[in-house]
Design a protein around this ligand. Sequence first.
Ligand SMILES: [Ca+2]
Ligand SMILES: [Ca+2]
Ligand SMILES: [Ca+2]
Length: 138
Amino acid sequence: MTKIKLVASILFASLPTALFADAAHAQSGDQMATMLARADTNRDGAVSRSEFAAARTAMFDRLDRNNDGYVDSRDRPRLMGSRFDQAYGALLQADANGDRRISRAELRDAPAPGFDAADTDQDGVLSADEIAAIRSSR
Ligand SMILES: [Ca+2]
Ligand SMILES: [Ca+2]
Ligand SMILES: [Ca+2]
């Protein structure tokens, strides 16, 4: 693996589509479960809504390369642009006002259909059992 590819894989390794995907998207359960494992920052085996939101914010900060508080085409890197496009495409689901740029507020308020669908008992926390169910159901 070249150094550039290595850096890019670190920058975009957070499987951003999993943060916005709904059940209908072609998102493998393994990818979703891997993303959730990364989001579990306190390592209790469960992912709370705030941990999920923090994972989204971390992704936003990586994508907003010029740090202007918006993710849009101006943040597209010259290298590995296609990976940016993939993440940006997922993020556009949060573009509530349709201006093709995503603000922090839009990200914060965006629905999380993947999270909601996986939270089968609707307590706002994805338990280890609920995460295991994602992995086995897709
Ligand atoms: Ca947790
Ligand atoms: Ca930006
Ligand atoms: Ca739950």
